[in-house]
Ligand binder design. Structure first.
Ligand code: HEM
Length: 156
């Protein structure tokens, strides 16, 4: 029951994180591109501020629940007198998942801050450049997230 609850929280957080990236990348941005920069950049900044606040929580939950599930599985193996060999799909998920978290940290705490400064200064050219960088890295994280989901569900 505890393991199932951890997995539920883990997957719900992934739904928020990966689903939000799909929405931003494929639906919000193309529509927002119709707006002139003085409207588009404050809009995107406001949307991303709210989304990234949710992603910070999702990242923490994914990390804690993922680690707790590995810890439980390892403890059960050891208690049964077996050595714990982490399944390959779990290892791939953990490594790529941590890489996604590092990329998110770069987006949130470097690029997004620069976007905020550009919006405050009404420097639309600089803001558009930061938004383009954010889009590239969100694309990287989205692709990595999809790879993790495919690997996890196909190798299970
Ligand atoms: C620190 C990073 C992560 C760790 C340590 C971790 C660890 C785990 C573990 C131990 C499970 C349980 C697997 C099972 O019971 O078969 C799991 C499930 C899952 N994880 Fe992760 N995970 C991480 C990040 C991610 C990320 C970034 C994604 C997707 C983008 C993801 C997607 C999933 C999915 C979809 C499941 C459910 C798989 C199933 O029920 O077959 N995980 N994770």
């Amino acid at each position: 029951m505890l393991y199932a609850t951890l997995k539920l929280l883990h997957v719900l957080s992934i739904v928020v994180w990966v689903g939000g990236m799909v929405f931003a990348h494929f639906f919000l941005r193309p529509a927002a591109m119709q707006l002139p920069p003085p409207q588009r950049l404050p809009l995107m900044h406001g949307v991303l501020r709210r989304f990234f606040a949710a992603v910070v929580v999702a990242v923490l939950v994914v990390f804690i629940t993922g680690g707790a599930m590995i810890g439980r599985a390892a403890r059960e193996s050891v208690q049964a007198g077996l050595s714990f060999n982490m399944p390959l799909d779990w290892s791939i998920m953990a490594v790529l998942g941590v890489a996604m978290m590092a990329v998110f940290g770069h987006i949130r705490f470097s690029l997004f801050r620069r976007l905020g400064r550009a919006v405050d200064a009404q420097d639309w050219a600089a803001g558009a450049a930061e938004l383009a960088r954010i889009r590239t890295w969100v694309g990287v994280n989205l692709a990595t997230g999809v790879v993790i989901i495919v690997v996890t569900l196909l190798m299970a």
